[in-house]
Design a protein around this ligand. Structure first.
Ligand code: UDP
Length: 244
C-alpha cells in the first residue's frame, strides 16, 4: 500500500515485503526504479525541486529511509512499519540475489571503491554474480557508453551510488536505455561495504541516532543536516496545524 506524505507517495512496507516486491518486479521484467526516500530528498522535492517530486511519483517502489520519515508518517497518521534504508535494502537484496542467481552491477563512488565493495560482497556471498563495476566520477558525455556497457552485462539489479538526488536523477534519465533492470540509488553504501567508511555503531542505530554517528564521523555533513529541522517544522505545520 502507498501512503502520501507531503504529497509524495511512499510504500508502507517492511523490509521483508520490500525484498519480495523487488523479486516480483524482477520477475515481471522492464526498467524499474526504487527510491529509498530520506527527509532530505523529500524536503527538497516538495519545497523546490518539482522534477524530483515527479520522479518520486514515477518510481516503482519508494521506501521510508530514515527515522525522520517514520516519525513524519506517525504525525500524518499513516505509520510505516519500519525504516528501510539504502544500505540495509542493498545488503538484503544482495543476499537474495546470491540465492536467486540475479546478476548485480555496482555503479558509483570513488575509483576502486565499487571493486572493493564487490570483492567484500562476493567473499560474504560466494554464489553472488557481480557482472560489473564502474566508479561514479565521469563526465556527462561518458554517460551513453556507461549505459551501453551496463546493458551489455544485463544485470537484474543495478545499485547506483552517486549521492542523492543525483543518483535518482541519473537512474530516471538512463534506465530505459539499460533495459530489464531494477535500479536503486544507495548513496554512500559502497563506501561502507568496502570498509572505507564506518557505519554508526548498532547501539546508535537502535537508539535512532544514526544521523548523529554520521555527523561525528563526517562533520562536513552538518550543512546538509540543517534541512532536518526545516523538514520537521514542515511536517508539524502540515499535519498538526493543517497548513503548509
Ligand atoms: N559520488 C560519486 N560521484 C559523484 C559524487 C559522489 O560517485 O559525482 C559518490 C561518493 O563517492 C559517495 C556517494 O556518491 O560514495 C555519496 O555518498 P553520500 O553518503 O554523500 O550519499 P547521500 O547521503 O547523498 O545519499
Amino acid at each position: 500500500m502507498k501512503v502520501k506524505l507531503l504529497n509524495a507517495p511512499i510504500d508502507c512496507l517492511s523490509m521483508d515485503q520490500c525484498i519480495d516486491r523487488v523479486a516480483e518486479i524482477i520477475r515481471a521484467g522492464g526498467a524499474r526504479r526504487v527510491i529509498t526516500l530520506n527527509p532530505e530528498i523529500l524536503y527538497r522535492a516538495v519545497q523546490f525541486d518539482h522534477s524530483l517530486l515527479e520522479l518520486i511519483k514515477r518510481a516503482d517502489l519508494v521506501t521510508a529511509d530514515g527515522e525522520g520519515i517514520v516519525w513524519a508518517g506517525q504525525m500524518a497518521g499513516t505509520p510505516f512499519s519500519e525504516r528501510v534504508t539504502g544500505i540495509d535494502l542493498m545488503l538484503r537484496l544482495v543476499e537474495r540475489a546470491a540465492d536467486e542467481g540475479w546478476k548485480i552491477y555496482l555503479l558509483g563512488a570513488a575509483p576502486g571503491v565499487a571493486e572493493e565493495a564487490a570483492e567484500k560482497l562476493t567473499r560474504r556471498f560466494p554464489k553472488l554474480q557481480v557482472v560489473g563495476t564502474r566508479h561514479g566520477y565521469f563526465r556527462p558525455d561518458e554517460e551513453v557508453n556507461i549505459v551501453q556497457s551496463i546493458r551489455q552485462k544485463a544485470p537484474q539489479l543495478l545499485f547506483v551510488a552517486l549521492g542523492a538526488p543525483a543518483q535518482e536523477k541519473w537512474i530516471d534519465r538512463n534506465i530505459e536505455g539499460i533495459g530489464h533492470v531494477v535500479a536503486i540509488g544507495v548513496g554512500g553504501s559502497f563506501d561502507v561495504i568496502s570498509g572505507r567508511v564506518d557505519r554508526a555503531p548498532l547501539w546508535m542505530r537502535k537508539f535512532k541516532i544514526e544521523w548523529l554517528g554520521r555527523l561525528i564521523s563526517e562533520p562536513s555533513r552538518w550543512r546538509r543536516m540543517l534541512v532536518l529541522p526545516k523538514f520537521a517544522w514542515l511536517v508539524i505545520r502540515t499535519y498538526r496545524f493543517g497548513r503548509k
